[in-house]
Design a protein around this ligand. Structure first.
Ligand SMILES: Nc1ncnc2c1ncn2[C@@H]1O[C@H](COP(=O)(O)OP(=O)(O)OP(=O)(O)O)[C@@H](O)[C@H]1O
Ligand SMILES: [Mg+2]
Length: 247
């Protein structure tokens, strides 16, 4: 997999970001960047701060120190304004509206698009990427399989045509074959739409074939950063997952 091109612009840049939840230090001075058109993985054990990184960018987690820049400008993320800016978070846990149809779920993803015709066009455009969903567009999302529901969550995130898509454990709870499908779809989205993607993932090997770069988080800090190959060849994952870092 190619590394980021030398001329690429940093789309998102977190510098020294700290987040506290009461007395809990969730992020302790994190530097992370996402360049135009990249797929970047966030890895690390439970509680490392992965979801908090995405939430900080999406305006959900309280950033009490450091800076977040988007398109080279410092921003203060406010949750309901992020879709307008082109930043979309697909949260952990396949949150689809089970009683609504696939199409209605996609309409909700496009809540900021006021022009009905434009919204319809966006939905058609996105459904081209998800042929399996197209066939089920009038069915309730709750009747779909877990893998298909994850595709609905992905498709819904794409309706506003984001520049940066933040995916929190998109393969959680899916069978290995479906995990592969979800990752193939992520790669396809990135290639067809040129969407930059920051993805939290536990399925280390499947993921490293899909991503350009990866960050390994441990206890609220970046423990390692590099190409997928570099991370795989090192013993950093074993160390952080087995709690062996720093002795
Ligand atoms: N809303 C919250 N209130 C208090 N503490 C929180 C909250 N959200 C997260 N934390 C704490 O912050 C730390 C980082 O949590 P985070 O959810 O970012 O981890 P994670 O790497 O996504 O873990 P997982 O792999 O389990 O999803 C953990 O210690 C967690 O308990
Ligand atoms: Mg998490």
């Amino acid at each position: 997999m190619a590394n980021k091109p030398a001329h690429a612009q940093a789309l998102l840049e977190l510098k020294n970001v700290r987040v506290h939840y009461g007395g809990v230090k969730a992020l302790d001075g994190v530097d992370i960047s996402l360049f135009d058109g990249e797929v970047v993985a966030l890895m690390g054990p439970n509680g490392a701060g992965k979801s908090t990184v995405l939430k900080a960018i999406a305006g959900i987690a309280p950033v009490d120190n450091g800076t977040i820049a988007y398109c080279n400008k410092p921003i203060t993320p406010v949750v309901h304004l992020m879709a307008h800016k082109g930043i979309v978070l697909v949260p952990q846990g396949r949150r689809v509206f089970t009683r609504l149809t696939v199409e209605e779920n996609l309409e909700l993803g496009g809540f900021i698009i006021k022009n009905k015709n434009e919204l319809k066009e966006r939905i058609e455009d996105i459904l081209k990427l998800f042929p399996a969903l197209k066939k089920k567009r009038t069915e309730r999302a709750g009747t779909l399989s877990g893998g298909q529901q994850q595709m609905v969550a992905l498709a819904r995130g794409l309706i506003v045509n984001p520049k940066a898509l933040l995916l929190d454990e998109p393969s959680l709870g899916l069978a290995p074959k479906l995990v592969k499908e979800v990752f193939a779809k992520i790669r396809e989205i990135n290639q067809i739409k040129n969407t930059a993607i920051l993805v939290v993932e536990h399925n280390v090997r499947t993921l490293l074939e899909t991503v350009n770069r990866a960050y390994v988080l441990d206890k609220g800090k970046v423990a390692a950063e590099g190409t997928a190959e570099k991370i795989l060849k090192s013993d950093i994952l074993e160390k952080v997952f087995l709690g062996k870092l720093n002795g």
